[in-house]
Structures are given as structure tokens and as C-alpha cells.
Design a protein around this ligand. Sequence first.
Ligand SMILES: NCc1[nH]cc(CCC(=O)O)c1CC(=O)O
Length: 333
Amino acid sequence: MSRLASLDAPAATRHGRGRSLPLRVGTRGSPLALWQTRHFLSIIGGFCPVMKGEDAFAEHVISTAGDRIQDRRLADIGGKGLFAKEIHEALLDGEIDFAVHSLKDLETELPPGIVLACTLPREDARDAIVLGPVCDPPDPADPLACIPRGALVGTASVRRQSQILHLRPDLRCEIIRGNVQTRLSRVRNGDFAASFLALAGLRRLGLEIEAGIVLDPAVMVPAAGQGIVGVTVRAADGELRDLLAAIECPEARAVSTAERALLGALDGSCRTPIGGHARLRPDGRLELTGLVARADGSFLLRHRVEGAPADAARLGTELGDRLRAEAPADILA
Ligand SMILES: NCc1[nH]cc(CCC(=O)O)c1CC(=O)O
């Protein structure tokens, strides 16, 4: 054990006075989750020299309900916080000091006493399609045409299902769960003609080459928070909050605030097909696209708004309210 205060690194004395190391970091155990956690630790180590190296952090791998249930569509398991409940508990019980999440899997309303203290720079937000051997090489002019008529595609996400069925009503969708590697092998061995994955996850795992098609957000609206890693801490832990705030990416904070406010206004769980994607334009304006759909693709509603990044939360809430008002009652019931 060392004490941050005993070291003279300015960042450490500013942010971590008297704190004993190692700091305990909670993470899920999938290869992607571990990659993201180590990525975060390397960023914090680069910023704060005493937090560099083997002794600064202890990883606590925490299994969540979302990791254990593998046979059902996320929408059917139901539930917000499916990938985070056990991690929040460990934080509140003081077993860990902070936790690293895929922001996409983190419910919009965190339990009392827990805050999202840091958002890392966004990796690509787009969805990708992994193509199996029955697919033709994709034609850039009409990429989706390479999936054979009537083929079976795998996804556990109603958001992706609704949007692909809207574009290709002939396709059939079935649940594919499991980590990225498992899904890739099921497409390779022909269980599914194709499957969807976040490009961010493929990239982080060195598997971008598997992305046969990358879908523009105008074709498939990504999930709120997709591609962004977020870090939670206890609200009362001012010291760690300050440290994490210092390494946060303001752009990722602005876009994720808009996307998560949209999701919150729609009361979105995994049950409803909802997409949310914001970007900062070169002119500095924040542009937010929101989508609600029916799971079978028979209805799809998409709107775009823009405003100042400082108004991200309000933009998200207003767009969410507008989508809710215009959507047929059965969709957001
Ligand atoms: N629900 C699983 C999940 N959570 C985050 C990612 C990808 C990484 C990211 O969005 O940051 C994935 C895998 C996927 O959707 O393909």
C-alpha cells in the first residue's frame, strides 16, 4: 500500500490526498469489458503518474444478470440496469471504488448515491453487420442487398431488429447472445446468415475486419451511449469525482447527455426499439437524431433536432417528448 499524499505528483496531491492504493475497480468479465477497463486505467495512469503501474489498481470482476442469462432477448429479460445492478451494489457496499461500463448498458437513472463521473472519448458509434458465408460480397451502393432473401439474421437488440426489418422485411430475426467472439463464431458456422455488432466493440477487440458492412447512423440509428465508456463512483466520493472529472471528454459528455436524456424521456428500457445518436458538428452545434419503432419494423419514426451543446439535456428531453407524442400508443405502452 502506498499513500497518494506521500508522492509529489501534482495531480495526485491535488486529486487523491490521503487515499490508499490500490483503488478497486469493478468491471464485467467479458473480453470487451476487460479491454475497456484496462483502457481506462491506462488513461488515468497517463494523467496521474502515481496511478500508473501494477499496484495502483485492483480489478474486481463482477458477474451481472445480463452476463448470466444468455438465451433470451434483452427485451424479454426486461429491465434496466441488467448489466449494472450487481456493480452498483458493490460500489454502494464499498467493495469497489469505481466501475467501468459500456454507457450503452448503463440505465439512464442511476441508483441514489451513484453518479456517472466520467465519459471517455467516443469510439465509432455505428453498428456493423458481420456477414456469414452465404452472403455475397457487399456492394457499396446497396450493401444490405448482399444478405440472401429470407435469410436468418441474429440480434438480441429490438432496436437493430426493427430497423433491419424495416429495410429488409423479407429477413427473419432470431436471438443471438453471448460475447462478441461467440457471436462471430455462430455466423461463421452458419447458424445465422449475418449478425449485428457495435463497430466499437469489434475495433477494441482487434476484430474490425469482421465488419462486412458498417451502417451509417442515417441508415441505422445507434443506441444511446454506443461506443462510449463511462465510469461510475459513489456520489459522496468527492476525491475520486474530481479526479475522474479531470480526465473526462467534454464532447462525449455532451453527446451522451443528449442521447441519455432522449432515452430517459421515452422511459426506454430494452423492451422498446429506441435509437439515439448525437454528434457535434464542425460548426460547434449539437445534432441529435432520435428513433422509435415497432419491433417488427412495420412502423418507424425518426426526428432530428439541433442546438447548443450546453443545452444537451433539454434537447434530448424535448426530442424524446416529441417522439412519444407522435408514436402510436402500442409502441411506448
Ligand atoms: N450490449 C452489449 C454491448 N455493450 C456495448 C457494446 C459495444 C461497445 C460499445 O457500444 O461501447 C456491446 C456489444 C455490441 O452491441 O455489439
